[in-house]
Design a protein around this ligand. Sequence first.
Ligand code: ATP
Ligand code: MG
Length: 442
Amino acid sequence: MALLEVKNLRIEYPSRHGVHAAVKSLSFTISRGEIVGVVGESGAGKSTVGNAVIDLLSPPGRIASGDVFLDGEKISSLPRDEMRKVRGAKIGFIFQDPMTSLNPLFTVEHQLVEAIQINLGLNDTDAKARALQLMEQVGIPQPENRLKQYPHQFSGGMRQRVVIAIALAGEPDLIIADEPTTALDVSIQDQILNLIRELCVKKNVGCMLVTHDMGVVSNVTDKVAVMYRGDLVEFGPTAKVLGTPEHAYTQSLISAVPRSDIKLDRFPLVSYIEEATEMKPLDVKNHWLGQSEDQRDYEGPLLNVENVHLRFVTRDSFFESRREYVQANEDVSFEIHEGETFGLVGESGSGKSTIARVITGLYPPNSGKVTFEGIDLTALKSEAERRPLRRQMQMVFQNPYSSMNPRMRVKDIIAEPIRFHKLAENEQQTTSIVNDLLDHVA
Ligand SMILES: Nc1ncnc2c1ncn2[C@@H]1O[C@H](COP(=O)(O)OP(=O)(O)OP(=O)(O)O)[C@@H](O)[C@H]1O
Ligand SMILES: [Mg+2]
């Protein structure tokens, strides 16, 4: 018997504009010890399926029809409190965004110990020992010190490892992992995937692994489910689906995977689209580039980061010798020239996001200098001095939730900087710029 059986599942999100069927009629199974990869473009309904299985669909989402069985028992219409017992003890889950699963108000230890005690009923001492063991298992250095910290003191990748530790805490039969390694660097990603793989084999745990990465699919999954606009277009053993894909969408998905042996000027795109939509060029380009090239009179590098050094105080004290620090950036220097795309890579927790925040002025460095077109940013003291530069430097954050106000409509979130910097003459033009930008990132 299958560990998980999803049968004719249909999931709808009702809205003022009508009902949107995010998942149309989906059926698949996962056996014990098996990793099933779920792939498909953004918006295909992958997360929706995972959330529906654990009864955590975001409102107003609902299962319109179909059933979910775990070990032969129907779990899709269980009362809330019974479902809560299934979650954690029988199904562990790892979301795309670690901050949604961690409570910012409690230490990591508190959250791990709680998960262990709820599911395994251990006493405090044993639960703490188990927490330490789990931290080591997911590869967090200095686990004793790290346990005492709060989630915001961890890097994005380390936070995700904590979430994985919590998911493993209840020793579940099934793990639902939604893009668990997207925020991690390649070496850590490998460790985490191997850990999940090992768990599935050794403990006979089943796993549903939602991912964008075809490399991950081919390396760790046994079967793969390909979703396209709410439908399952292909499902079968990984080698067969990747080797001889039947559906046109799967074929174009596979042919769009960049190859390391061929260097291309542009990344290939998934070409399969049910009904073709024409993409028009962005006609507001000049608004976003600021000054055009001939107006520039500064010759040097666009951005110059010189010997930046930043540390966070983890324990403050009046006495210097008793203060404790985490070193975030140590002597970082680089230049970025106009027209260049600069890649900053490094291990999880090595300080990549921190340096980006130093550049945009969110953190003042302890020492060192950042200049933009020759202007020393670290010397700008007030917001008024910084404002003219804000428009010229934009940050795209790792985690979209932290940069978007959940109470605002998407349209207004995008329109806000256009209004603020007075880039449009009227509301009508603002709307048209917003629409063009949305088309461009679609
Ligand atoms: N709370 C919600 N309310 C309304 N619509 C929603 C909600 N959550 C998801 N949707 C819609 O359901 C569809 C499927 O979304 P889902 O998040 O499952 O996609 P996904 O395949 O996980 O995409 P990604 O790869 O970007 O994570 C999308 O059209 C999305 O806009
Ligand atoms: Mg998703």
